[in-house]
Ligand binder design. Structure first.
Ligand SMILES: Cc1cc2nc3c(=O)[nH]c(=O)nc-3n(C[C@H](O)[C@H](O)[C@H](O)COP(=O)(O)OP(=O)(O)OC[C@H]3O[C@@H](n4cnc5c(N)ncnc54)[C@H](O)[C@@H]3O)c2cc1C
Length: 302
């Protein structure tokens, strides 16, 4: 924590994206506060993949190492808690936390991530990130050749099926209701021997998050090793929108250029503004956000 409540930049969210932007700012001797309440989206995942030098480490190992590196920069401070609200002030912004602490800064970086909305299927949330996965790049290799379900419908299911087809020849799409595919999509799925199952899913049987069977409303039970889930999300923090930041049609915070939002002096990075959801992208966009915030401070002050 800190005695001084006024900063050059407040970063809300201290996972991969936020820590990456803090490193760029700390290395430029900017006074930075990172506010984080420790709820990253991959918290339940046993191993993280596809990030060079850290492939197969636990999500926590990667973020702990990142935090240790950022802590070395003496102008970067940490606050554990939830940023509850934000207002525009004469010189920038004021952020209030859930315990009513108040901090001000010239600029804000939101690295707040997104919150996945679990479907109303018993067992789904317990398996999320363990044996129900969101991305073939992150976990597909570990589940190659396995009996694979895709719990999704329409274009999302078609896209996932086309990607997973390269990793397994045992793929079934589970639309959990009436299938919604064009005749061209149906023909391609059929040509690749990808089955479609429309019956509603009532439960996912699992052992400690490891999927065993899908149980359907008609009583049918089918074993699977792994399933992909394309599920909706909401923004983790509503402060950016309350400050006027626009969202895209898909629900991401709109970027006008170089991680800048539609509101001057507010920047975003990581999952909240990027559909390419990965640790590598969070780190990359965080690095850009930090550099751009610093670059604008330089322009204002030099
Ligand atoms: C189940 C699952 C498994 C995944 N596996 C992989 C993988 O193997 N490899 C890979 O590359 N990617 C993986 N990903 C994607 C990767 O985890 C994300 O892309 C990455 O975590 C995004 O980083 P971020 O910093 O943007 O957001 P997050 O890591 O989600 O962090 C956001 C942080 O902001 C904090 N926060 C939010 N709002 C507030 C607030 N108001 N006040 C204070 N703090 C706040 C949260 O507590 C959290 O700590 C996975 C994702 C999921 C869901």
């Amino acid at each position: 924590m800190t005695d001084n409540n006024n900063f050059d930049v407040i970063i809300i969210g201290g996972s991969y994206a936020g820590l990456s932007s803090a490193m760029a700012l700390g290395r430029s001797l900017r006074n930075v506060l990172i506010i984080d309440n420790g709820q990253p989206c991959n918290i339940q995942t046993p191993h993280s993949h596809n990030f060079l030098t850290q492939d197969g480490k636990t999500p926590k190992e990667i973020s702990n190492l990142a935090k240790q590196e950022v802590e070395k920069y003496e102008t970067v401070k940490f606050y554990k808690g939830l940023a509850k609200s934000g207002v525009k002030t004469e010189n920038g912004f004021e952020i209030t936390t859930d315990t009513n602490d108040k901090f001000t800064a010239k600029k804000l970086i939101f690295a707040t991530g997104i919150k996945d909305t679990m479907p109303d299927i018993k067992g789904f949330s317990e398996c999320w990130g363990i044996s129900i996965i969101h991305c073939p790049y992150c976990h597909g290799y570990e589940h190659r050749y396995q009996n694979t379900g895709i719990i999704a419908n329409g274009q999302k299911a078609f896209h996932l099926a086309s990607m997973v087809n390269n990793l397994s020849d045992k793929v079934t799409i589970l639309t959990n209701g009436k299938a919604d595919f064009s005749s061209e999509q149906l023909e391609k799925l059929n040509n690749h021997n990808i089955k479609i199952f429309e019956t509603k899913i009532s439960e996912i049987e699992h052992k400690n998050g490891q999927l065993e069977n899908l149980i359907f409303k008609d009583g049918n039970k089918i074993p699977f090793d792994v399933a992909y889930g394309a599920i909706p999300f909401t923004q983790h923090s509503d402060i950016p929108v309350s400050l006027g930041c626009e969202l895209t049609e898909q629900g991401y915070i709109k970027i006008v250029a170089f991680q800048k939002t539609t509101i001057p002096n507010i920047y975003v990075c990581g999952d909240n503004s990027n559909m390419m959801r990965s640790v590598a992208n969070a780190v990359s966009s965080g690095n850009i956000a930090g550099a751009v915030a610093n670059g604008e401070l330089v322009q204002e002050q030099f």
